[in-house]
Design a protein around this ligand. Structure first.
Ligand code: MFK
Length: 557
Protein backbone atom coordinates (compact mmCIF):
# COMPACT_ATOMS: atom_id res chain seq x y z
CA UNK A 1 0.00 0.00 0.00
CA UNK A 2 1.25 3.46 -0.90
CA UNK A 3 2.30 5.52 2.13
CA UNK A 4 0.21 8.61 2.89
CA UNK A 5 1.25 10.89 5.73
CA UNK A 6 -1.45 11.66 8.27
CA UNK A 7 -1.72 15.46 8.37
CA UNK A 8 -1.37 17.63 11.45
CA UNK A 9 -4.66 18.33 13.23
CA UNK A 10 -5.73 20.80 15.86
CA UNK A 11 -7.29 19.96 19.19
CA UNK A 12 -9.53 22.40 21.05
CA UNK A 13 -7.35 25.50 21.03
CA UNK A 14 -8.20 26.46 24.58
CA UNK A 15 -8.36 23.07 26.28
CA UNK A 16 -5.02 22.06 24.78
CA UNK A 17 -3.30 25.40 25.50
CA UNK A 18 -2.02 24.94 29.06
CA UNK A 19 0.02 28.13 28.79
CA UNK A 20 -2.97 30.35 28.14
CA UNK A 21 -5.13 28.55 30.69
CA UNK A 22 -2.57 28.80 33.45
CA UNK A 23 -1.77 32.42 32.82
CA UNK A 24 -5.47 33.24 33.14
CA UNK A 25 -5.75 31.08 36.23
CA UNK A 26 -2.81 32.96 37.74
CA UNK A 27 -4.21 36.40 37.10
CA UNK A 28 -8.02 36.13 37.28
CA UNK A 29 -9.98 35.86 40.52
CA UNK A 30 -11.14 32.24 40.91
CA UNK A 31 -14.82 32.72 40.09
CA UNK A 32 -13.98 34.82 37.01
CA UNK A 33 -11.48 32.22 35.85
CA UNK A 34 -13.99 29.39 36.14
CA UNK A 35 -16.53 31.33 34.05
CA UNK A 36 -13.91 32.41 31.51
CA UNK A 37 -12.68 28.84 31.14
CA UNK A 38 -16.11 27.52 30.18
CA UNK A 39 -16.71 30.35 27.74
CA UNK A 40 -13.27 30.15 26.10
CA UNK A 41 -13.48 26.38 25.70
CA UNK A 42 -16.85 26.82 23.98
CA UNK A 43 -15.51 29.54 21.70
CA UNK A 44 -12.45 27.45 20.87
CA UNK A 45 -14.76 24.90 19.22
CA UNK A 46 -15.95 27.67 16.89
CA UNK A 47 -12.43 28.69 15.90
CA UNK A 48 -11.91 25.10 14.72
CA UNK A 49 -13.38 23.82 11.44
CA UNK A 50 -16.22 26.41 11.31
CA UNK A 51 -13.94 29.45 11.22
CA UNK A 52 -11.00 27.73 9.55
CA UNK A 53 -13.16 26.86 6.53
CA UNK A 54 -14.38 30.46 6.32
CA UNK A 55 -10.82 31.76 6.56
CA UNK A 56 -9.74 29.47 3.77
CA UNK A 57 -12.60 30.64 1.57
CA UNK A 58 -11.82 34.29 2.30
CA UNK A 59 -8.16 33.73 1.38
CA UNK A 60 -9.17 31.96 -1.84
CA UNK A 61 -11.47 34.78 -2.94
CA UNK A 62 -9.40 37.91 -2.60
CA UNK A 63 -11.00 41.37 -2.46
CA UNK A 64 -11.69 42.79 -5.91
CA UNK A 65 -12.02 46.47 -6.75
CA UNK A 66 -14.74 47.27 -9.30
CA UNK A 67 -14.16 50.87 -10.28
CA UNK A 68 -16.95 51.38 -12.86
CA UNK A 69 -20.38 49.91 -13.42
CA UNK A 70 -21.61 48.75 -16.83
CA UNK A 71 -22.74 52.30 -17.68
CA UNK A 72 -19.41 53.90 -16.96
CA UNK A 73 -20.39 55.32 -13.58
CA UNK A 74 -17.54 55.38 -11.05
CA UNK A 75 -18.57 53.15 -8.17
CA UNK A 76 -15.31 51.94 -6.55
CA UNK A 77 -16.96 48.94 -5.01
CA UNK A 78 -14.80 46.43 -3.19
CA UNK A 79 -16.23 42.97 -3.59
CA UNK A 80 -15.51 40.71 -0.65
CA UNK A 81 -15.87 36.99 -0.15
CA UNK A 82 -19.12 36.15 1.69
CA UNK A 83 -16.87 34.20 4.08
CA UNK A 84 -15.20 37.46 5.13
CA UNK A 85 -18.62 38.86 6.10
CA UNK A 86 -19.33 35.72 8.11
CA UNK A 87 -16.04 36.15 9.98
CA UNK A 88 -17.18 39.70 10.78
CA UNK A 89 -20.52 38.38 12.03
CA UNK A 90 -18.78 35.85 14.29
CA UNK A 91 -16.57 38.62 15.72
CA UNK A 92 -19.68 40.64 16.54
CA UNK A 93 -21.65 37.74 18.04
CA UNK A 94 -18.70 36.71 20.15
CA UNK A 95 -18.14 40.28 21.29
CA UNK A 96 -14.45 40.29 20.37
CA UNK A 97 -14.53 44.09 20.62
CA UNK A 98 -17.63 44.41 22.82
CA UNK A 99 -16.11 42.44 25.73
CA UNK A 100 -13.59 45.24 26.22
CA UNK A 101 -16.35 47.83 26.64
CA UNK A 102 -19.01 45.84 28.51
CA UNK A 103 -16.29 45.35 31.14
CA UNK A 104 -18.12 42.48 32.79
CA UNK A 105 -14.85 41.39 34.43
CA UNK A 106 -14.01 44.90 35.65
CA UNK A 107 -10.27 45.58 35.46
CA UNK A 108 -9.68 42.07 34.07
CA UNK A 109 -11.97 42.59 31.07
CA UNK A 110 -9.15 43.37 28.66
CA UNK A 111 -7.25 40.27 29.71
CA UNK A 112 -10.30 38.12 29.06
CA UNK A 113 -11.25 39.94 25.84
CA UNK A 114 -7.76 39.65 24.39
CA UNK A 115 -7.61 35.96 25.33
CA UNK A 116 -10.69 35.63 23.13
CA UNK A 117 -8.97 37.57 20.33
CA UNK A 118 -5.99 35.21 20.71
CA UNK A 119 -8.27 32.29 19.93
CA UNK A 120 -10.08 34.15 17.12
CA UNK A 121 -7.12 35.58 15.19
CA UNK A 122 -5.38 32.48 13.71
CA UNK A 123 -8.69 31.29 12.22
CA UNK A 124 -9.87 34.72 11.03
CA UNK A 125 -7.99 35.37 7.75
CA UNK A 126 -6.77 38.50 9.64
CA UNK A 127 -10.22 39.96 10.21
CA UNK A 128 -8.41 40.76 13.46
CA UNK A 129 -6.99 43.82 11.65
CA UNK A 130 -10.30 45.64 11.22
CA UNK A 131 -11.14 44.58 14.76
CA UNK A 132 -7.95 46.19 16.06
CA UNK A 133 -8.82 49.50 14.45
CA UNK A 134 -12.43 49.19 15.57
CA UNK A 135 -11.36 48.72 19.16
CA UNK A 136 -8.89 51.61 18.97
CA UNK A 137 -11.57 53.84 17.47
CA UNK A 138 -14.10 52.78 20.11
CA UNK A 139 -11.72 53.85 22.87
CA UNK A 140 -11.13 57.24 21.22
CA UNK A 141 -14.87 57.81 20.80
CA UNK A 142 -15.47 56.77 24.40
CA UNK A 143 -12.95 59.33 25.62
CA UNK A 144 -13.28 62.17 23.10
CA UNK A 145 -16.50 62.07 21.08
CA UNK A 146 -19.57 64.24 21.65
CA UNK A 147 -22.80 62.50 22.71
CA UNK A 148 -24.29 62.27 19.20
CA UNK A 149 -21.26 60.48 17.73
CA UNK A 150 -21.10 58.17 20.72
CA UNK A 151 -24.71 57.13 20.38
CA UNK A 152 -24.45 56.74 16.61
CA UNK A 153 -21.05 55.09 16.24
CA UNK A 154 -19.68 53.83 19.57
CA UNK A 155 -22.80 51.73 20.08
CA UNK A 156 -22.23 50.10 16.69
CA UNK A 157 -18.50 49.51 17.11
CA UNK A 158 -19.24 47.69 20.36
CA UNK A 159 -22.40 45.92 19.20
CA UNK A 160 -22.87 42.13 19.35
CA UNK A 161 -25.54 42.26 16.67
CA UNK A 162 -23.93 41.50 13.29
CA UNK A 163 -26.53 43.69 11.57
CA UNK A 164 -25.65 46.68 13.74
CA UNK A 165 -21.91 46.04 14.01
CA UNK A 166 -19.55 48.57 12.40
CA UNK A 167 -15.83 48.40 11.91
CA UNK A 168 -13.55 51.42 11.71
CA UNK A 169 -10.60 52.33 9.53
CA UNK A 170 -7.51 54.18 10.73
CA UNK A 171 -6.37 56.59 8.04
CA UNK A 172 -3.07 58.21 8.83
CA UNK A 173 -0.35 56.90 6.53
CA UNK A 174 0.47 59.06 3.51
CA UNK A 175 2.88 58.67 0.59
CA UNK A 176 5.21 61.39 1.77
CA UNK A 177 6.13 60.34 5.26
CA UNK A 178 4.84 56.84 6.11
CA UNK A 179 5.52 56.53 9.82
CA UNK A 180 6.49 60.20 9.90
CA UNK A 181 2.95 61.56 9.93
CA UNK A 182 4.22 65.13 10.28
CA UNK A 183 4.34 65.16 6.46
CA UNK A 184 0.55 64.66 6.23
CA UNK A 185 -0.89 66.68 3.35
CA UNK A 186 -4.58 65.96 3.84
CA UNK A 187 -6.33 69.31 4.26
CA UNK A 188 -9.39 69.93 6.44
CA UNK A 189 -11.57 72.86 5.33
CA UNK A 190 -14.20 74.17 7.72
CA UNK A 191 -17.74 74.12 6.27
CA UNK A 192 -20.19 75.47 8.85
CA UNK A 193 -20.37 73.03 11.74
CA UNK A 194 -18.11 70.42 10.16
CA UNK A 195 -14.95 69.96 8.06
CA UNK A 196 -14.25 68.50 4.65
CA UNK A 197 -11.14 66.38 4.17
CA UNK A 198 -9.17 66.26 0.93
CA UNK A 199 -5.96 64.35 0.24
CA UNK A 200 -4.57 60.92 -0.44
CA UNK A 201 -4.30 58.18 2.15
CA UNK A 202 -1.73 55.63 1.02
CA UNK A 203 -2.34 52.59 3.24
CA UNK A 204 -5.86 52.14 4.54
CA UNK A 205 -7.13 48.86 5.91
CA UNK A 206 -9.99 48.95 5.09
CA UNK A 207 -12.43 51.10 3.14
CA UNK A 208 -15.10 48.46 3.63
CA UNK A 209 -15.44 49.83 7.17
CA UNK A 210 -18.41 52.06 7.83
CA UNK A 211 -16.37 54.78 9.52
CA UNK A 212 -12.78 55.88 9.95
CA UNK A 213 -10.64 58.11 12.11
CA UNK A 214 -8.27 60.20 10.01
CA UNK A 215 -5.54 62.77 10.50
CA UNK A 216 -5.71 66.04 8.59
CA UNK A 217 -4.35 69.58 8.73
CA UNK A 218 -6.90 72.33 9.26
CA UNK A 219 -6.38 75.07 6.64
CA UNK A 220 -3.93 77.60 7.99
CA UNK A 221 -2.59 75.32 10.76
CA UNK A 222 1.16 75.06 11.27
CA UNK A 223 3.37 72.57 9.43
CA UNK A 224 4.67 69.45 11.17
CA UNK A 225 2.82 67.11 13.45
CA UNK A 226 1.66 69.84 15.84
CA UNK A 227 -0.61 71.16 13.05
CA UNK A 228 -2.52 67.88 12.72
CA UNK A 229 -6.00 67.21 14.03
CA UNK A 230 -8.11 64.07 14.40
CA UNK A 231 -11.39 63.60 12.50
CA UNK A 232 -14.34 61.22 12.54
CA UNK A 233 -15.90 60.39 9.19
CA UNK A 234 -18.40 57.97 7.68
CA UNK A 235 -17.30 56.24 4.50
CA UNK A 236 -20.70 55.84 2.83
CA UNK A 237 -23.79 57.99 2.27
CA UNK A 238 -27.17 56.62 3.35
CA UNK A 239 -27.77 55.40 -0.27
CA UNK A 240 -24.64 53.19 0.01
CA UNK A 241 -22.40 55.22 -2.32
CA UNK A 242 -18.95 56.34 -1.20
CA UNK A 243 -18.90 59.65 0.63
CA UNK A 244 -16.61 61.74 -1.66
CA UNK A 245 -13.98 58.99 -1.55
CA UNK A 246 -12.34 57.32 -4.51
CA UNK A 247 -10.51 54.00 -4.21
CA UNK A 248 -7.42 54.41 -6.39
CA UNK A 249 -6.34 50.80 -6.12
CA UNK A 250 -6.00 47.84 -3.81
CA UNK A 251 -2.51 47.01 -2.63
CA UNK A 252 -0.81 43.89 -3.93
CA UNK A 253 0.61 42.51 -0.68
CA UNK A 254 2.90 39.67 0.38
CA UNK A 255 0.26 38.32 2.77
CA UNK A 256 -3.00 39.26 4.51
CA UNK A 257 -4.58 38.47 1.15
CA UNK A 258 -8.18 38.40 2.34
CA UNK A 259 -7.87 41.88 3.84
CA UNK A 260 -8.61 44.82 1.53
CA UNK A 261 -5.88 47.47 1.86
CA UNK A 262 -6.46 50.48 -0.34
CA UNK A 263 -5.10 53.78 -1.59
CA UNK A 264 -7.81 56.37 -1.18
CA UNK A 265 -8.42 59.81 -2.56
CA UNK A 266 -10.50 61.96 -0.25
CA UNK A 267 -12.28 64.75 -2.09
CA UNK A 268 -14.17 66.82 0.45
CA UNK A 269 -15.23 64.01 2.79
CA UNK A 270 -17.53 65.39 5.52
CA UNK A 271 -15.81 64.95 8.88
CA UNK A 272 -16.16 65.99 12.53
CA UNK A 273 -13.24 67.22 14.57
CA UNK A 274 -12.48 65.04 17.61
CA UNK A 275 -10.65 66.64 20.51
CA UNK A 276 -8.67 69.85 20.28
CA UNK A 277 -7.24 71.13 16.98
CA UNK A 278 -3.49 70.39 16.76
CA UNK A 279 -3.74 67.43 19.14
CA UNK A 280 -4.29 64.87 16.37
CA UNK A 281 -1.15 62.78 16.87
CA UNK A 282 -1.56 62.69 20.61
CA UNK A 283 -5.22 61.77 20.29
CA UNK A 284 -4.75 59.03 17.69
CA UNK A 285 -1.99 57.55 19.88
CA UNK A 286 -4.75 56.03 22.03
CA UNK A 287 -5.81 54.02 18.99
CA UNK A 288 -2.22 53.15 18.09
CA UNK A 289 -1.55 51.77 21.53
CA UNK A 290 -4.60 49.49 21.27
CA UNK A 291 -3.79 48.32 17.72
CA UNK A 292 -0.21 47.66 18.87
CA UNK A 293 -1.48 45.43 21.63
CA UNK A 294 -3.79 43.62 19.18
CA UNK A 295 -0.75 43.15 16.95
CA UNK A 296 1.12 41.55 19.86
CA UNK A 297 -1.78 39.25 20.74
CA UNK A 298 -2.14 38.17 17.11
CA UNK A 299 1.62 37.64 16.61
CA UNK A 300 1.68 35.45 19.73
CA UNK A 301 -1.49 33.60 18.74
CA UNK A 302 -0.01 32.85 15.35
CA UNK A 303 3.10 31.39 17.00
CA UNK A 304 0.86 29.20 19.12
CA UNK A 305 -1.10 27.98 16.08
CA UNK A 306 2.11 27.08 14.25
CA UNK A 307 3.55 25.29 17.28
CA UNK A 308 0.31 23.38 17.91
CA UNK A 309 0.39 22.07 14.35
CA UNK A 310 4.09 21.27 14.52
CA UNK A 311 3.74 19.44 17.82
CA UNK A 312 0.88 17.32 16.51
CA UNK A 313 2.78 16.55 13.32
CA UNK A 314 5.87 15.55 15.28
CA UNK A 315 3.87 12.79 17.03
CA UNK A 316 2.58 11.41 13.73
CA UNK A 317 5.63 11.71 11.54
CA UNK A 318 7.95 8.71 11.73
CA UNK A 319 11.50 9.51 10.66
CA UNK A 320 14.77 7.66 11.17
CA UNK A 321 12.91 4.87 12.94
CA UNK A 322 10.80 6.78 15.46
CA UNK A 323 8.31 9.65 15.77
CA UNK A 324 9.94 13.03 15.16
CA UNK A 325 8.84 14.02 18.66
CA UNK A 326 11.18 11.40 20.16
CA UNK A 327 14.32 12.82 18.54
CA UNK A 328 16.44 14.86 20.94
CA UNK A 329 17.29 17.48 18.31
CA UNK A 330 13.63 18.02 17.51
CA UNK A 331 12.94 18.45 21.22
CA UNK A 332 15.73 21.03 21.52
CA UNK A 333 14.56 22.98 18.47
CA UNK A 334 10.92 22.87 19.48
CA UNK A 335 11.85 23.87 23.03
CA UNK A 336 13.58 27.03 21.83
CA UNK A 337 10.45 28.16 20.00
CA UNK A 338 8.12 27.05 22.73
CA UNK A 339 10.16 29.25 25.08
CA UNK A 340 9.86 32.16 22.63
CA UNK A 341 6.14 31.72 22.44
CA UNK A 342 5.60 31.42 26.20
CA UNK A 343 7.73 34.52 26.76
CA UNK A 344 5.70 36.49 24.22
CA UNK A 345 2.48 35.25 25.81
CA UNK A 346 3.55 36.32 29.29
CA UNK A 347 4.52 39.81 28.12
CA UNK A 348 1.43 40.30 25.96
CA UNK A 349 -1.08 39.21 28.57
CA UNK A 350 0.68 41.33 31.20
CA UNK A 351 0.15 44.41 29.02
CA UNK A 352 -3.47 43.37 28.39
CA UNK A 353 -4.06 43.23 32.13
CA UNK A 354 -2.50 46.66 32.64
CA UNK A 355 -4.67 48.19 29.89
CA UNK A 356 -7.80 46.77 31.51
CA UNK A 357 -6.83 48.17 34.89
CA UNK A 358 -6.11 51.57 33.42
CA UNK A 359 -9.41 51.78 31.57
CA UNK A 360 -11.31 50.86 34.73
CA UNK A 361 -9.42 53.43 36.81
CA UNK A 362 -7.81 50.66 38.83
CA UNK A 363 -4.26 51.43 37.71
CA UNK A 364 -1.72 53.08 39.98
CA UNK A 365 0.46 55.85 38.57
CA UNK A 366 3.24 53.27 38.19
CA UNK A 367 0.93 50.89 36.30
CA UNK A 368 0.11 53.68 33.83
CA UNK A 369 3.78 54.46 33.24
CA UNK A 370 4.53 50.75 32.80
CA UNK A 371 1.66 50.32 30.35
CA UNK A 372 2.93 53.18 28.20
CA UNK A 373 6.49 51.81 28.33
CA UNK A 374 5.61 48.17 27.67
CA UNK A 375 3.24 48.82 24.74
CA UNK A 376 5.89 49.59 22.07
CA UNK A 377 8.16 46.96 23.65
CA UNK A 378 5.65 44.13 23.43
CA UNK A 379 4.74 45.06 19.88
CA UNK A 380 8.28 45.08 18.58
CA UNK A 381 9.36 41.99 20.52
CA UNK A 382 6.43 39.75 19.54
CA UNK A 383 6.52 40.95 15.92
CA UNK A 384 10.12 39.85 15.46
CA UNK A 385 9.73 36.56 17.32
CA UNK A 386 6.65 35.52 15.37
CA UNK A 387 8.58 35.56 12.08
CA UNK A 388 11.43 33.50 13.46
CA UNK A 389 9.13 30.93 14.99
CA UNK A 390 6.87 30.71 11.92
CA UNK A 391 9.90 30.15 9.72
CA UNK A 392 11.02 27.24 11.93
CA UNK A 393 7.51 25.80 11.96
CA UNK A 394 7.49 25.62 8.16
CA UNK A 395 10.94 24.06 8.21
CA UNK A 396 9.73 21.52 10.77
CA UNK A 397 7.26 20.21 8.19
CA UNK A 398 10.01 19.79 5.60
CA UNK A 399 8.96 20.25 1.97
CA UNK A 400 5.28 20.10 2.86
CA UNK A 401 5.68 23.25 4.96
CA UNK A 402 6.60 25.05 1.74
CA UNK A 403 3.45 23.92 -0.08
CA UNK A 404 0.56 26.35 -0.31
CA UNK A 405 -2.08 23.67 0.08
CA UNK A 406 -0.61 22.54 3.40
CA UNK A 407 -2.05 25.79 4.80
CA UNK A 408 1.32 26.61 6.41
CA UNK A 409 2.89 29.28 4.15
CA UNK A 410 0.03 31.66 4.89
CA UNK A 411 1.05 31.68 8.56
CA UNK A 412 4.58 32.71 7.60
CA UNK A 413 3.54 35.35 5.04
CA UNK A 414 1.07 36.89 7.43
CA UNK A 415 3.63 36.97 10.24
CA UNK A 416 5.85 39.29 8.19
CA UNK A 417 3.36 42.11 8.59
CA UNK A 418 3.50 42.10 12.39
CA UNK A 419 6.77 44.03 12.65
CA UNK A 420 5.79 46.37 9.81
CA UNK A 421 2.34 47.83 10.32
CA UNK A 422 1.42 49.80 13.40
CA UNK A 423 4.95 51.14 13.58
CA UNK A 424 8.04 49.20 12.45
CA UNK A 425 10.65 48.05 14.96
CA UNK A 426 12.86 51.14 14.60
CA UNK A 427 9.98 53.62 14.91
CA UNK A 428 8.77 51.80 18.00
CA UNK A 429 12.27 51.75 19.44
CA UNK A 430 12.33 55.53 19.09
CA UNK A 431 8.98 55.60 20.88
CA UNK A 432 10.63 53.63 23.70
CA UNK A 433 13.28 56.37 23.89
CA UNK A 434 10.52 59.00 23.95
CA UNK A 435 9.05 57.29 27.02
CA UNK A 436 12.43 56.78 28.70
CA UNK A 437 13.32 60.41 28.26
CA UNK A 438 9.95 61.91 29.18
CA UNK A 439 9.07 59.85 32.25
CA UNK A 440 10.38 57.85 35.16
CA UNK A 441 9.74 54.70 33.15
CA UNK A 442 13.02 52.99 33.93
CA UNK A 443 12.78 53.70 37.66
CA UNK A 444 9.24 52.32 37.67
CA UNK A 445 10.23 49.20 35.72
CA UNK A 446 13.26 48.64 37.94
CA UNK A 447 11.19 48.86 41.11
CA UNK A 448 8.59 46.51 39.67
CA UNK A 449 11.26 43.96 38.69
CA UNK A 450 12.94 44.17 42.11
CA UNK A 451 9.58 43.58 43.81
CA UNK A 452 8.80 40.59 41.58
CA UNK A 453 12.22 39.01 42.17
CA UNK A 454 12.14 39.49 45.94
CA UNK A 455 8.78 37.72 46.09
CA UNK A 456 10.03 34.47 44.51
CA UNK A 457 9.52 31.57 46.93
CA UNK A 458 10.66 28.44 45.11
CA UNK A 459 14.29 27.53 45.81
CA UNK A 460 14.88 26.47 42.20
CA UNK A 461 13.49 29.74 40.88
CA UNK A 462 15.38 31.85 43.41
CA UNK A 463 18.54 30.72 41.65
CA UNK A 464 17.08 31.87 38.32
CA UNK A 465 15.99 35.12 39.96
CA UNK A 466 19.63 35.79 40.93
CA UNK A 467 20.61 35.68 37.25
CA UNK A 468 17.79 38.08 36.44
CA UNK A 469 18.87 40.39 39.28
CA UNK A 470 22.42 40.48 37.92
CA UNK A 471 21.07 41.40 34.48
CA UNK A 472 18.93 44.14 36.02
CA UNK A 473 22.11 45.58 37.52
CA UNK A 474 23.87 45.51 34.14
CA UNK A 475 21.01 47.26 32.36
CA UNK A 476 20.77 49.83 35.14
CA UNK A 477 24.51 50.62 34.93
CA UNK A 478 24.25 50.90 31.16
CA UNK A 479 21.35 53.36 31.39
CA UNK A 480 23.22 55.38 34.00
CA UNK A 481 26.30 55.53 31.77
CA UNK A 482 24.11 56.55 28.82
CA UNK A 483 22.83 59.63 30.69
CA UNK A 484 25.63 61.72 29.23
CA UNK A 485 25.30 60.27 25.68
CA UNK A 486 24.20 62.37 22.73
CA UNK A 487 20.73 61.99 21.21
CA UNK A 488 22.32 60.36 18.14
CA UNK A 489 24.01 57.77 20.34
CA UNK A 490 20.75 57.03 22.13
CA UNK A 491 18.97 56.67 18.81
CA UNK A 492 21.64 54.34 17.43
CA UNK A 493 21.18 52.03 20.42
CA UNK A 494 17.38 52.32 20.63
CA UNK A 495 16.57 48.99 18.95
CA UNK A 496 19.11 46.97 20.93
CA UNK A 497 18.01 48.63 24.13
CA UNK A 498 14.35 47.93 23.35
CA UNK A 499 15.09 44.24 22.80
CA UNK A 500 17.11 44.15 26.03
CA UNK A 501 14.29 45.76 28.02
CA UNK A 502 11.67 43.44 26.48
CA UNK A 503 13.81 40.40 27.30
CA UNK A 504 14.46 41.53 30.83
CA UNK A 505 10.87 42.32 31.72
CA UNK A 506 9.32 39.30 30.06
CA UNK A 507 11.97 37.00 31.54
CA UNK A 508 11.14 38.28 35.01
CA UNK A 509 7.42 37.75 34.34
CA UNK A 510 8.20 34.15 33.43
CA UNK A 511 9.90 33.62 36.79
CA UNK A 512 6.96 35.13 38.71
CA UNK A 513 4.47 33.08 36.75
CA UNK A 514 6.46 29.85 37.22
CA UNK A 515 6.79 30.58 40.95
CA UNK A 516 3.03 30.88 41.22
CA UNK A 517 2.66 27.60 39.31
CA UNK A 518 5.09 25.72 41.55
CA UNK A 519 3.37 27.07 44.66
CA UNK A 520 -0.15 26.15 43.52
CA UNK A 521 -0.01 22.90 41.73
CA UNK A 522 1.47 19.52 41.41
CA UNK A 523 1.94 17.65 38.15
CA UNK A 524 4.04 18.33 35.11
CA UNK A 525 2.78 21.73 34.06
CA UNK A 526 4.40 23.88 36.80
CA UNK A 527 7.66 22.04 36.13
CA UNK A 528 7.41 22.84 32.41
CA UNK A 529 6.84 26.48 33.28
CA UNK A 530 9.87 26.48 35.61
CA UNK A 531 11.92 24.81 32.85
CA UNK A 532 10.89 27.51 30.36
CA UNK A 533 11.79 30.25 32.87
CA UNK A 534 15.23 28.77 33.56
CA UNK A 535 15.84 27.99 29.86
CA UNK A 536 15.09 31.64 29.11
CA UNK A 537 17.70 32.81 31.61
CA UNK A 538 20.32 30.36 30.33
CA UNK A 539 20.28 31.99 26.91
CA UNK A 540 22.89 34.58 26.08
CA UNK A 541 21.54 38.08 26.59
CA UNK A 542 21.40 40.62 23.78
CA UNK A 543 24.65 42.58 23.90
CA UNK A 544 24.42 46.17 25.09
CA UNK A 545 26.76 48.23 22.97
CA UNK A 546 28.61 51.20 24.37
CA UNK A 547 27.98 54.20 22.06
CA UNK A 548 31.63 54.42 21.00
CA UNK A 549 31.20 50.99 19.36
CA UNK A 550 28.16 52.07 17.35
CA UNK A 551 28.19 50.94 13.76
CA UNK A 552 26.89 54.31 12.61
CA UNK A 553 30.04 56.00 13.88
CA UNK A 554 32.39 53.75 11.96
CA UNK A 555 30.46 52.43 8.97
CA UNK A 556 29.94 55.32 6.59
CA UNK A 557 27.03 54.45 4.32
C1 MFK B 1 -3.52 42.07 13.69
C2 MFK B 1 -3.87 43.40 14.17
C3 MFK B 1 -3.01 44.48 13.67
C4 MFK B 1 -3.67 45.80 13.51
C5 MFK B 1 -3.37 46.40 12.19
C6 MFK B 1 -4.10 47.68 11.86
C7 MFK B 1 -3.72 48.15 10.47
C8 MFK B 1 -3.74 49.61 10.32
C9 MFK B 1 -2.91 50.09 9.17
C10 MFK B 1 -2.17 51.30 9.58
O1 MFK B 1 -2.72 52.33 9.80
S1 MFK B 1 -0.52 51.10 9.77
C11 MFK B 1 0.05 52.72 10.17
C12 MFK B 1 0.38 52.83 11.53
N1 MFK B 1 1.16 54.02 11.72
C13 MFK B 1 1.85 54.18 12.80
O2 MFK B 1 1.87 53.32 13.67
C14 MFK B 1 2.62 55.47 12.96
C15 MFK B 1 4.04 55.20 13.28
N2 MFK B 1 4.67 56.43 13.74
C16 MFK B 1 4.74 56.76 15.05
O3 MFK B 1 4.26 56.02 15.90
C17 MFK B 1 5.46 58.00 15.39
O4 MFK B 1 6.16 57.78 16.58
C18 MFK B 1 4.50 59.19 15.60
C19 MFK B 1 3.60 59.37 14.39
C20 MFK B 1 3.63 59.05 16.83
C21 MFK B 1 5.46 60.38 15.73
O5 MFK B 1 4.76 61.58 15.67
P1 MFK B 1 5.43 62.97 16.09
O6 MFK B 1 4.35 63.98 16.07
O7 MFK B 1 6.67 63.21 15.36
O8 MFK B 1 5.83 62.64 17.61
P2 MFK B 1 5.87 63.54 18.87
O9 MFK B 1 5.87 65.01 18.55
O10 MFK B 1 7.00 63.03 19.67
O11 MFK B 1 4.53 63.15 19.61
C22 MFK B 1 3.37 63.94 19.61
C23 MFK B 1 2.66 63.67 20.92
O12 MFK B 1 2.07 62.36 20.89
C24 MFK B 1 3.60 63.68 22.13
O13 MFK B 1 2.84 64.15 23.25
P3 MFK B 1 3.10 65.63 23.85
O14 MFK B 1 2.63 66.56 22.77
O15 MFK B 1 2.30 65.69 25.11
O16 MFK B 1 4.58 65.74 24.09
C25 MFK B 1 3.90 62.22 22.32
O17 MFK B 1 4.29 61.89 23.63
C26 MFK B 1 2.55 61.60 21.99
N3 MFK B 1 2.70 60.20 21.57
C27 MFK B 1 3.36 59.74 20.49
N4 MFK B 1 3.26 58.41 20.43
C28 MFK B 1 2.50 58.03 21.49
C29 MFK B 1 2.14 59.18 22.22
N5 MFK B 1 1.39 59.13 23.33
C30 MFK B 1 0.99 57.91 23.73
N6 MFK B 1 1.29 56.78 23.08
C31 MFK B 1 2.04 56.78 21.96
N7 MFK B 1 2.30 55.65 21.34
Amino acid sequence: IEFVQEPAALQNQFASDHWLQHFLEWRLPKAQFEKAKIELERFAVRVGPEMMDLAQQAEAQEPRLVQFDAWGRRIDKIEMSPAWDKLAAIAAEEGIVAEGYERSLGGFSRLYQLAKLYLYHPSSAVFSCPLAMTDGAARILEVLAPKEIKSRALTRLTSRDPKQFWTSGQWMTEKTGGSDVSETSTVARQKGDHFELSGIKWFTSSVTSQMALALGRIEGASEGSKGLSLFYLETHRPDGSLNNIRVLRLKNKLGTKALPTAELELDGVPAQLLGEPGQGVKNIATMLNITRLYNSVCATAQMRRGLALWEDFSQKRIVFGKPMAKHPLYQETFGVHLTNFVTCLALTLTVAELLGKEECNEASQEDTVLLRFLTPLVKLYTGKHSIWTMSEVLEGFGGTGYLEDSGLPVLFRDAQVFPIWEGPTNVLSLDVLRVLQKSEAWEVMKKDIEAQLSAIKSKELQVVAETARARLGQVDSYLTAMKSASLEDWQAQARTLSLVLSELYSGVKLISWADWGVGQKSGSFPQSLATVASEFWKRPNTTLRPPQDSLYRTLKI
